[in-house]
Design a protein around this ligand. Structure first.
Ligand code: GDP
Ligand code: MG
Length: 203
């Protein structure tokens, strides 16, 4: 049985969430900024250490907060599936301190609003736009220590523009998620994913 993992990608507007996902799945990047207004789901299949996984990647449009209850999630179409994701990628722009503050708030809310042991869900914080690193607001080492030691999250920096560390970040997250046994099995999704061409990445 192929395992399915749902991953919600969350971050402030313009940090590069859509660019990271599209670079990962299609090897494609656009300089033109097209704001994501509705929730979009990508379903690539990947092979990691010889095992196949079907991913359900949610490109989450800007939300003011993490949904605090199931009813709030259902009332707001943009958040569907966000509360029960198996893992989170929280993206910020290494040149924009406000986008880091947003990630900090969402991480805190995930821990508070997910119930019981599910609050220990894998979270990977991603600093994007590494190609612009001369304008960064905080040294990489300082952010990495804060995120890993204090927040207990994974940390990776990448550049969606240059496809740098994009596969690595998905590999990192998947590695943590699989190790923690966060998965669901859905045969129907497996078939759907497998039938779509050019959607399988070997990592
Ligand atoms: P989203 O709102 O978080 O989905 O952000 P987008 O993926 O739409 O990207 C916002 C803008 O940032 C676009 O103009 C992208 O071309 C640009 N962008 C995304 N990733 C990078 C990156 O790694 N480096 C640079 N220099 N620009 C990027
Ligand atoms: Mg977007």
């Amino acid at each position: 049985m192929v395992e399915t993992l749902s991953i919600a990608v969350i971050g402030a507007p313009g940090v590069g969430k859509t660019s990271i996902i599209r670079q990962f799945i299609y090897n494609d990047f656009s300089e033109v900024y097209t704001p994501t207004r509705t929730r979009y789901v990508y379903r690539p299949s990947v092979i990691l250490n010889g095992n196949m996984y079907d991913l359900k990647i949610l490109d989450v449009p800007p939300i003011s907060s993490f949904p605090s209850s199931s009813s709030q999630e259902w009332l707001d179409l943009r958040c569907r599936g966000v509360r029960n994701a198996n893992a989170y990628i929280l993206v910020y722009d290494i040149c924009c301190v406000e986008s880091f503050e947003y990630v900090k708030m969402i991480r805190q809310q995930i821990v508070e609003h997910r119930e019981g042991s599910s609050s220990e869900v894998p979270i990977l914080v991603v600093g994007n736009k590494r190609d612009l690193q001369r304008q960064r607001f905080m040294p990489r080492r300082a952010v990495s220590v804060l995120v890993k030691k204090t927040w207990k999250c994974g940390y990776v920096e990448c550049s969606a523009k240059f496809n740098w560390h994009i596969i690595l970040l998905f590999k990192e997250l998947l590695g943590i998620a699989v190790a923690r046994g966060m998965r669901q099995n859905h045969t129907s999704i497996r078939l759907q994913g497998a039938l779509q061409r050019n959607r399988c990445n070997i990592m």
